[in-house]
Design a protein around this ligand. Structure first.
Ligand code: PLP
Length: 455
């Protein structure tokens, strides 16, 4: 059946009547309504009023190969025609599930060659929690159950993933955390590093993990989890030496290292995985988003050989989802990885487009009165909005500068995300230099208007 096209007004009326949105204050939309995105191509999306908008967020940090890639559409179509569904429970498999393992193993770090498939990053992190606890039980250490994560870490929206994450406004929805989850502060040198070198600050922040392990008792701690670069919390890249110290501490106290690659994976940082950018050797590595460039839902957990060996000893894994390794999603993921390889997208990010993107943003920061710093690495960035540049005073939530800036940018043809008082960017990896110029110019205009109103 062909899609029904409606006027923007009709879409909005139906949306408000029936659609409960994630992370949206729907009362605040009264009289205004949602923006309805109707089509997309390359690095652009179009809304139902025909406005062409540069997608500076690649959807939700996921459309790495850009929109409209025929190879991915063909892979899905062919798979749906041949075998639309079969499961991977109870000693069965399908060719695309099997093939995806082979293709993934060609791009993941050398010791991470076993994969469990899920539908979302949240489910991948729930799987991580169950796998880690199971691993320690099999190893004869059943008390090692607690996860330590970081403030402002985002690991998903399921009951367990919310407790794993360090987002207080998400914790507030349930009123309290599940037991056996603990958090430490995340690094942000710009606001907290005064008087220390970057390296000293990195060590100081990593050692918070040691303090937390000692407080909880190493016998009770299963794992530490962190995003190589914290994403949804506002894009915080680790200071030099931070991850090395985190890993040293984890090995010392027999605590697993989990690198949540849901955003960083598949080229975003200029390597296939953020773990490679920062020298992390994770025991478990959840991934999602860029795995299929968002064309169909698929996620998973890569399991280190040494962990898999123990888990495999533990008998049947009482865990799985109806759509674990959905054949069509697997087919799309294979096509996506093959496309990324044939076009050399990861190398392109590292050597060509990310240096240009970062230089453009640094120039913007240097010349703009309300930009304090540019964070990030590769094609993930945050523009920190400040009220007073010399003192690094950041706008307060009441100022609402970031949301204002986001709305101005969107009305002017650029999608940025407002995270606390930063503007966040994570464009498709296929973005061109001309599109980077367009992005920085539109970001500058939005920042100018924000400065006029709030500066
Ligand atoms: N982990 C990280 C680092 C994420 O950024 C996200 C989503 O943004 C998730 C997990 C959750 O993934 P999903 O939304 O697919 O459940």
């Amino acid at each position: 059946m062909a899609q029904t096209f409606r006027s923007t007004q009709d879409y909005r009326a139906l949306d408000v009547a029936h659609h409960v949105h994630p992370f949206t204050d729907q009362k605040a939309l009264a009289g205004k309504g949602v923006r309805v995105i109707t089509r997309a191509e390359g690095a652009y999306v179009w809304d139902s009023d025909g406005n062409k908008i540069l997608d500076g967020m690649a959807g939700l940090w996921c459309v790495n190969v850009g929109y409209g890639r025929k190879e991915l559409v063909d892979a899905a179509t062919q798979q749906l025609q041949t075998l639309p569904y079969y499961n991977s429970f109870f000693q069965t498999s399908t060719p695309s599930q099997i093939e995806l393992g082979k293709v993934l193993a060609e791009v993941t770090p050398p010791s991470l060659k076993h994969f469990f498939y899920t539908n979302s990053g949240s489910e991948a992190n729930d799987t991580v929690i169950r796998l880690a606890r199971h691993y320690w039980r099999v190893k004869g250490k059943p008390t090692k159950r607690t996860f330590i994560a970081r403030n402002l870490g985002y690991h998903g929206s399921t009951l367990a993933a919310v407790s794993l994450g360090g987002m207080s406004h998400m914790h507030a929805l349930d009123g309290q955390l599940l037991p056996e989850f603990a958090h430490i502060a995340h690094p942000h040198y710009y606001t907290q590093g005064a008087g220390l070198t970057l390296e000293e600050y990195g060590l100081k922040m990593a050692r918070l993990l040691e303090e937390k392990i000692l407080e909880l008792g190493a016998d009770n701690v299963a794992a530490f989890i962190g995003e190589p670069v914290q994403g949804a919390g506002g894009v915080y890249e680790p200071p030099p030496g931070y991850w090395a110290e985190i890993q040293r501490i984890c090995r010392k106290y027999d605590v697993l290292v989990v690198a949540d690659e849901v955003i960083c994976g598949f080229g975003r940082t200029g390597q296939w995985f953020g773990s490679q950018t920062y020298g992390i050797d994770p025991d478990l590595m959840p991934m999602a988003k860029g795995l299929s460039s968002g064309y169909l839902p698929i996620a998973g957990v890569a399991i280190h050989d040494r962990i898999w060996k123990e888990i495999n000893e533990g008998g049947a894994l009482a865990h799985g989802y109806t759509y674990s390794g959905h054949p069509a999603s697997c087919a799309v993921a294979i096509a996506n990885i093959q496309l990324m390889r044939s076009e050399g997208l990861v190398e392109r990010v590292r050597e060509e487009i990310a240096p240009y993107f970062r230089k453009s943003l640094q120039e913007l920061a240097a010349s703009h009165p309300i930009v304090g710093e540019i964070r990030g690495v590769g094609l993930i960035a945050a523009i920190q909005l400040v009220k007073h540049k010399p003192t690094r005073e950041i706008f307060t939530t009441q100022d609402d500068a970031a949301n204002f800036c986001r709305d101005v940018a969107a009305n002017n043809g650029l999608i940025m995300r407002a995270v606390y008082q930063s503007m966040v960017l994570s464009p498709p990896l296929i973005i061109t230099k001309a599109q980077v110029d367009e992005l920085t110019e539109k970001a500058r205009k939005a920042l100018d208007e924000t400065a006029k109103k709030f500066g």
